[in-house]
Design a protein around this ligand. Structure first.
Ligand code: AMP
Length: 185
């Protein structure tokens, strides 16, 4: 199964992607986690993207697409994966479509986690992950970037008829039950 989990910062994408990964035995690919780990390990990629993640802006499309394309060549992704945090712009979505087509594969589901805007900031502040981009100012920037650059990705997939809306409010288990239902319906 090839799945995209989509939603604004604070919607719970990472948490739910991990559960999907365990349940369906498919790897979880989080571009944000790749960047954070590169920064932590002070790799060349980490040095390149650190200041971008620090402000909450987006890493340039070519960089992210190249990285995902390389990563997806690994054998572990052959039978499926859950993408978390990618694609985040329409050009990324188009590039991902091209990658899929070249491999003769298709997307099974685009899960849209829906959470009321007013809940997002509180959730991010209370999750206490200690991320350097989890401060009120940076969260505001990440949400602005989301509305401007990432939200249009939803319209792009709506045209492909793969979008499944999932209410992202409630306990982690409740939300996960809705996700399973959406995937199995
Ligand atoms: P996330 O963990 O998905 O919230 O991502 C954390 C940060 O990594 C974002 O605020 C961006 O700076 C960067 N990032 C992650 N994924 C992408 C992507 N697909 N395109 C551009 N930047 C990204």
């Amino acid at each position: 199964m090839r799945i995209i989990i989509f939603g604004p910062p604070g919607a719970g994408k990472g948490t739910q992607a991990k559960l999907i990964s365990d349940e369906y035995n498919i790897p979880h690919l989080s571009t944000g986690e790749i960047f954070r780990s590169a920064i932590k390990n002070e790799t060349p990629l980490g040095k390149e993207v650190k200041s971008i993640l620090d402000t909450g802006d987006l890493v340039p499309d070519e960089k992210v697409v190249g990285l995902v394309e390389e990563e997806l060549k690994k054998e572990k992704y052959e039978d499926g994966y859950v993408l978390d945090g990618f694609p985040r712009t329409v050009p990324q979505a188009k590039a991902f479509d091209k990658i899929l087509k070249e491999k003769n594969k298709s997307l099974d589901a685009f899960l849209q986690l829906q959470v009321p805007e007013e809940e997002l900031i509180d959730r991010i502040l209370s999750r206490g992950e200690g991320r350097s981009d989890d401060t009120p100012e940076k969260i505001k920037n990440r949400l602005n970037v989301y509305w401007e650059e990432t939200q249009p990705v939803l319209n792009y997939y709506q045209e492909q008829d793969v979008v499944r809306k999932v209410e992202g409010v409630g306990s982690i288990e409740e939300i996960f039950r809705r996700i399973k239902k959406a995937l199995e319906d």
